[in-house]
Design a protein around this ligand. Structure first.
Ligand code: 3H9
Length: 697
């Protein structure tokens, strides 16, 4: 037997213990060990078998690292069938997270018990596949089609209580998984309980599967896996069990061969890799108990909310008593939301808004803070004043952070006598909701300050990405470029509405103009004014239609009108009829004859601009690895997860073709379409962005 599964015979009960840390993934050794363990138990004359996991969890699923490689026997579905076919009574005892193939092993067992904290689910669709070891065949037989469809197409985890109510497990018991499993097996044997094979249960009642398939596809914005999983459940209703298993395998293998599967698994590993940086190895973060936040607008209040929810004490600094009161109102409003959603109870709400939160108008109140983050007006002079004051009052060793979204953190750090303590922590609004945190490391930032930034991000439940200093860091710098590509397409003949539609069809949560309306058109207006004042390159294309929208007081959603018109109480907007005449006037003034764009060309140009700028960001070391860019765009910019991120998408699309396109567009505009040196290098070497991720490991 392999080391991955321990075998013991305790009287008439054989115990199979999974020993494959960290998550007991069902790799080749584990599958082989389980298979051999069942056979041995049968030969040894056992009457029951207990399966459980050592360490943190029952099996968390198939070993994702094996995906894309030729599968090795025993296959997981065959193993589940083998377990179920055993004449012995097989009990699975679950703790931790029994996910995917892990739950399928349990469903192949005859009885299931779990500790109260156990969680379970079939999350395969979230990584681009579907349950492939009988999950789509056994679960519907056990709990019915509708409930199974909910669990399988959402991939959500359910707690032991819900699992018991649904009939997925037979019992909940407190204790060690081994002890409760053994006691349960003993009880079953003593009571003369019979084997129970789910495959022998009657086929479940069907639903309208075509309608379900379409609805699920639409909800996933083109993501295939949840929709294809519906067809698996359909097979459970329409085919005998063994045929249904074959159909499930075919569908599973189809999904396995898709780019979407590659994209989603890339996203899974990339979001776990972002925090693993050589510079953080062996570096301890500084202690964090009290956080100072300067500025209680939407951003500052969001940061304070996230910090309070994570258990940190917060001191909010504002300019006046009225402003402090307004900040308190915003924070309390955010926490009310958490209370309503059941994330916190009333006692916790009272504590967070009571002793945990203090407001002040005096910088002295920050003197004991471990980390102070400013979220004041985005202006270098204002930021410098704030940092000058922080330098004067904060205790030695306090981390001084700026939430700037594009300003030079080196320049801000230089105003203090302690630049090693200064860092950028770029949150995204609303900061208590959005998962992304860019950790901006300036030239003199100390390693333990970087580690503290990552520790704070983790504590707040954020996905933190390291970025270097430049205008816009990783995300906003790349955004500025692909937005410019979109603006150029508008000048040349596309409409903002066509562009938004082409990109939501591609899978983005929102198109760039709907996003601009949401963020506020005044932000882009201010940026354009700033850039024009600094002097635009004469080759840069400029336009006035967006300024004119702003001049008329149309700042997007907050004023009810921008590129779209928003009606109170309605979600989304309808195209603003004033927009196209403004654009047409711009085109006429610039002597441009508009042309048609296909949706494909829109996506191609938009994505090429994104990838090209991302290649510069990586080439210049602003992002350490391509995967840092991918995670930034996935978590902060609504990039479709099933495409893996822009650089994974670029790899799968083909770097040579993208570079050829960029070069061909450069024939007309060689200022905007300058190929990034890193992209040229990769094409010349026949390498991919993912190769660079691997090099960095
Ligand atoms: C499946 O089962 C298909 C079958 O239906 C059919 C097959 C035929 N494989 O997340 P963490 C690694 S599909 C390999 O940081 P946590 C992870 O990369 C599978 N490795 O911890 C990390 O490695 P490292 C369905 C895996 O406590 C380490 O374990 N199952 C796998 O925050 C710790 O992970 C899933 O989709 C895996 N399956 O969360 C479950 N899972 O230390 C996916 C984890 O080198 N996994 N690793 O960075 C999860 O959701 C979370 O990892 C879990 C633990 C909740 C389990």
């Amino acid at each position: 037997m392999t080391d991955a599964i321990g075998y013991e015979l305790l009287g008439d009960i054989a115990v199979l213990t999974a020993q494959n840390p960290p998550v007991n993934a069902l790799g080749y050794d584990v599958r082989t060990g389980l298979w051999e363990g069942i056979e041995r138990a049968e030969k040894d004359g056992a009457r029951a078998v207990l399966i459980y996991g050592d360490g943190a969890t029952f099996f968390a699923g198939a070993d994702i690292k094996e995906f894309g490689k030729p599968p090795k026997e025993p296959y997981l579905p065959d193993l589940c069938t083998r377990i179920e076919a055993s004449p012995l009574i097989v009990v699975s005892s679950m703790h931790g997270t029994a996910l995917g193939g892990g739950l399928e092993i349990a469903l192949g067992s005859h009885y299931r018990i779990a500790v109260p904290s156990a969680r379970m689910g079939l999350p395969e669709v979230l990584i681009g596949v579907m349950p492939g070891a009988g999950g789509t065949q056994r679960l519907p037989r056990l709990i019915g089609v509708e409930r199974s469809l909910d669990i399988i197409t959402s991939g959500r985890q359910i707690g032991a209580r819900e699992a018991l109510d649904l009939g997925i497990i037979d019992r909940i018991e407190d204790g060690a998984p081994r002890d409760i499993g053994l006691a349960y097996a003993r009880e079953l044997l003593d009571s003369g309980a019979a084997r129970r094979a789910i495959s022998e249960m009657p086929a479940p009642e069907p639903v309208d599967f075509d309608a379900t398939y379409e609805a699920v596809l639409k909800k996933g914005r083109g993501q295939l896996s949840p929709a294809v999983a519906v067809r698996g459940v359909q097979a459970a209703c329409e085919l005998p069990f063994a045929e249904g298993m074959k159909r499930e395998r075919e569908l599973f293998m189809e999904l396995m061969a898709t780019d979407q599967r590659q994209g989603l698994i890339h996203a899974f590993f990339a979001e776990r890799a972002v925090g693993k940086l050589p510079e953080l190895e062996g570096v301890d973060p500084r202690p964090l108990a009290e956080l100072g936040v300067i500025g209680g607008g939407t951003m500052g209040a969001g940061i304070a909310t996230a910090a309070l929810l994570s258990g940190l004490g917060v001191i909010m600094l504002e300019m006046s008593a009225e402003a402090a009161q307004a900040a308190r109102g915003r924070i309390e409003g955010n926490l009310q939301g958490a209370l309503k959603r059941g994330k916190i109870d009333q006692a916790k709400f009272d504590h967070l808004t009571g002793t945990a939160l203090r407001l002040s108008t005096d910088y002295d109140a920050l003197k004991n803070a471990d980390l102070v983050i400013e979220a004041v007006f985005e202006d270098m002079e204002v930021k410098k004043q704030v940092f000058g004051k922080l330098d004067a009052v904060c205790k030695p060793g306090a981390v001084l952070a700026t939430n700037t979204s594009y300003l030079d953190v080196n320049e801000i750090a230089a105003i203090t006598a302690r630049p090693a303590d200064v860092i950028g922590l770029h949150f995204f609004s609303p900061a208590h909701v959005m998962k992304l945190l860019e950790i901006v490391v300036a030239d003199k930032t100390a390693p333990d300050v970087v580690a503290t930034g990552f520790a704070l991000g983790k504590r707040l439940g954020k996905v933190s990405v390291r970025a270097g200093v430049c205008d816009g860091f990783i995300g906003n710098r790349i955004l500025a470029t692909y937005r410019t590509a979109a603006d150029h397409m508008i000048l040349d003949g596309a409409s903002p509405f066509q562009i938004d539609k082409a990109l939501t069809d591609f899978g983005f949560a929102m198109g760039p103009y709907a996003v601009a309306d949401l963020a506020g058109l005044d932000i882009g207006w201010a940026t354009r004014k700033r850039k024009r004042a600094a002097g635009l390159d004469p080759r840069a294309r400029d336009f006035t239609y967006a300024d004119k929208l702003c001049e008329a007081g149309n700042f997007g959603q907050k004023t009810g009108k921008g590129y779209y018109v928003y009606e109170k109480g309605k979600r989304g907007g309808t195209p603003n009829p004033e927009v196209m005449p403004l654009i047409e006037a711009d085109r006429a003034a610039q002597g441009i004859t508009p042309r048609d764009f296909t949706d494909d060309e829109i996506v191609r140009r938009y994505m090429a601009a994104m990838v090209n700028e991302a290649a510069r960001v990586v080439g210049e070391g602003i992002a350490k690895r391509p995967l840092d860019v991918d995670v930034t765009l996935l978590y902060g910019y609504g990039f479709p997860r099933y495409r893996g991120g822009p650089l994974k998408w670029a790899d799968m699309t083909g770097l040579k073709g993208l570079l050829d396109d960029i070069r061909s567009w450069a024939a007309l505009d060689d200022y905007f379409w300058q190929p990034a040196p890193l992209l040229e290098q990769l094409v010349a070497d026949g390498r991919t962005f993912d190769d660079l991720n691997k090099d960095a490991k």
